[in-house]
Design a protein around this ligand. Structure first.
Ligand code: ZN
Length: 241
């Protein structure tokens, strides 16, 4: 997935700052080098749930449905982690204890699902944000059997995931608003090193801050333009450690 980065050191005499593209890396903060070797510190201002969802949207816009499908799936899994962490914070569990609990379930998604269902039952009467049986069957075919989903299957799966994410974040904001922002800030900003340039993909993407009004089709339409722009710009490469 490509992101947009600005290099202030490449600004011309009129102060115009060029935009380059860079491949996203793990973690919200990374260092890249512009085509003339200036170091750029980049902070992605999104939580992994949002990054993975946007990665799915970009892949879909580019015609990579299998990649889009697995990124939608990963976004939903990270949403369950986010929800577990927020609900534990909401019950005054200390951060270190939450990390310890998470480490017990981190390696197996079925354990995470179990933790999520149990916590959700304790904190709310709402139906938990679980994938429908047909979506689980398709997911297993894609992930374990190398199945290539069609555009229609991927869009339907993505819309289902989007509905689950939007419903879950609305529920969390209604019940644990302060902890939602605490957890976003912890996960997104804890590794940031100033000064940095921010990267964002504009409005209309899935947001953990709520207010998810755009449809998935609208997001994909926007991404079709953005993906082409990002691909035609010069690339800023990862900086050596
Ligand atoms: Zn530069």
């Amino acid at each position: 997935m490509l992101i947009e980065v600005l290099c202030r050191e490449c600004a011309d005499a009129e102060g115009n700052i060029p935009v380059y593209s860079a491949h996203i890396q793990e973690g919200g903060f990374h260092r890249v080098r512009c085509p003339v070797e200036h170091e750029i510190r980049v902070q992605v201002s999104y939580h992994p749930v949002e990054v993975l969802f946007q990665s799915a949207v970009d892949a879909f816009a580019d015609g990579y449905y299998r990649e889009a499908f697995t990124a939608f799936k990963a976004s939903h899994e990270r949403m369950l982690e986010f929800s577990i962490r927020v609900q534990l914070l909401g019950r005054n569990v200390e951060q270190q204890r939450i990390d310890d609990v998470w480490n017990e379930v981190a390696a197996q998604s079925e354990r995470q699902l179990g933790a999520y269902v149990a916590l959700q039952a304790q904190n709310s009467d709402d139906v938990p944000a679980l994938l429908k049986r047909t979506a689980v069957e398709l997911r297993n075919k894609v992930v374990h059997k190398g199945y290539f989903p069609s555009a229609a299957e991927t869009l339907q799966f993505g819309e289902h995931v989007y509905e689950l994410l939007a419903g879950e974040i609305a529920r969390l904001i209604a019940n644990f608003e302060q902890y939602v922002s605490d957890e976003i800030n912890r996960a997104v900003w804890s590794r940031a090193e100033k000064p940095y340039v921010l990267t964002s993909w504009g409005s209309g993407s899935f947001s953990l801050w709520g207010n998810n009004k755009s449809t998935l089709v609208e997001m994909i339409e926007q991404a079709r333009f953005d993906v082409i722009k990002k691909r035609t710009r010069p690339i800023a490469s990862p900086a050596a450690e």
